[in-house]
Design a protein. Sequence first.
Length: 76
Amino acid sequence: MSLLSLFWLPLSVLKFHALFGFGAYSVPDQYRALCPANRLTAEMAQAEARIDSLVYTLFELTDEEIALLEAAIETH
């Protein structure tokens, strides 16, 4: 079975481990992980979290101040 033919099968019935001998990850999970938009979204989230951490350190914020700030951002 070619890789291209896999795209015509319902993804919900394919299992990644059956195809490639890895763990019990489904093909849709692997496809989402490889999708460029999803990969970039994940990279952006990681970068934002790192920037937040650096800013909190720079301004010497306490855990309580960080919690208040993040709660205010979520409700805004």
